[in-house]
Design a protein around this ligand. Structure first.
Ligand SMILES: [Zn+2]
Length: 365
């Protein structure tokens, strides 16, 4: 498993560098082709090619489909390996993208090997999809993965688990970004203050209004994280804008926040507002993962592993599949820590265990 993980990691694959990503996709595809499965590279113009793998287990009365989903792109530019080489130290594997989520792809590969060599009676066709742009919003892969999810009875997402115990992610917040632009009227702050409409003041009023929508108990957060406005100290600000991070744990709350955003009106006379953006991923609500998690927990306990769950504040492609109403279990990938940082790592000894859990889930679903 480590040898394969090393091979996948040495092929650096940032979401935004197509040539490099394509080389990584080729490598991953070649590894799957050795397994007597159907492998298709789905060509992309500006992003890396997506990899779709179809396995038809040799079962008598096969019906339905299981969907294993993940991404091979990383947040690291080509050359990161020179600073953060692939290394195994004290049982931890370091390297760009090992945890998020190349080890997950390796685990899926070995889960397939296990099922095939044991001739386990898998009752459904299994589709694996490794996409190239999850880290930048899944623009080129969203339709594809949604179509695959609609054909499936369950989705298993191989995003990293959480914390040293490897908690699965049974709920994820919906995530969005909105931009609020205020147009006022410029005027001399000393000579004609009565003629100006201060866009910065208007924006400040709007932000204090918006900040009251926060409800940590229900998992709603609204944060103006970037603000820009004004030109010079003696000029009443003509325009100002804020970029607002939006998160909600429940679809109903997401809708409510979107509605309130759209119905914002100017507070100062003469000010104008423009609101763009909104939620990009709907929440992965717990109700779509509960039954699958119960199954995973039971299977894990049969292997002597205690499995826990948690809620993630960030989204993944699992949000898209759950939003379609398809049962989705996320965080089934690597156990480790430090995603998107220089200390990103995987706990090596957990890799076979998590591969076995995925294999068991595919056989039992
Ligand atoms: Zn990821």
């Amino acid at each position: 498993m480590l040898r394969t993980l090393r091979e996948f990691t040495l092929a650096e694959s940032p979401s935004t560098e197509k040539a490099a990503a394509d080389r990584c996709a080729e490598l991953i595809a070649a590894e799957w082709r050795k397994r007597n499965v159907l492998v298709n590279l789905i060509r992309q113009k500006s992003r890396g090619n997506h990899i779709r793998i179809e396995w038809r287990p040799p079962s008598q009365n096969r019906s339905g489909q299981l969907f294993v989903l993940g991404h091979y792109d990383t947040v690291y530019a080509v050359g990161t390996l020179r600073k953060v080489p692939f290394t195994l130290r004290n049982g931890k594997v370091f390297g760009p993208g090992v945890f998020d989520m190349k080890a997950g792809i390796v685990q899926a590969l070995f889960a397939l090997d296990a099922l095939r060599s044991l001739k386990a009676p898998v009752r459904k066709q299994v589709v694996f999809l490794w996409t190239s742009d999850e880290e930048i919003g899944s623009e080129s892969s969203r339709k594809l993965l949604e179509a695959e999810a609609r054909r499936s009875d369950a989705v298993f997402v191989l995003e990293p688990s959480f914390g040293p115990r490897g908690l699965l992610k049974t709920a994820r917040k919906g995530v969005g970004e909105a931009e609020l632009t205020v147009y006022g009227k410029a005027s001399h702050a000393g000579l004609a203050p009565q003629e100006g409409v201060n866009a910065v003041h208007e924006l400040a009023l709007q932000i204090s209004k918006i900040s009251q929508w926060n409800d940590l108990r229900r998992g709603v957060t609204v944060n103006a994280d970037i603000v820009l406005g004004g030109t010079r100290v003696n000029v009443i600000a003509e325009s100002a804008c804020a970029t607002i991070d939006l998160r909600a744990l429940y679809t109903a709350d997401m809708r409510a926040v979107e509605k309130k955003l759209k119905s914002l009106g100017p507070i100062l006379p003469g000010a104008k507002l423009e609101i763009t953006g909104g939620f990009n991923r709907a929440p992965l609500e717990h109700k779509y993962s509960a039954a699958l998690f119960a199954r995973a927990k039971k299977l894990a306990s049969q292997m002597g592993v205690s499995l826990g769950e948690c809620t993630a504040g960030g989204g993944s492609d699992g949000n898209f599949t759950a939003a379609l109403g398809i049962p989705t279990l996320d965080g089934l990938g690597a156990v480790g820590d430090g995603a998107h940082s220089t200390h990103e790592h995987v706990i090596a000894r957990t890799m076979p265990e998590r591969a076995a859990l995925l294999a068991a889930l595919l056989a039992a679903s």
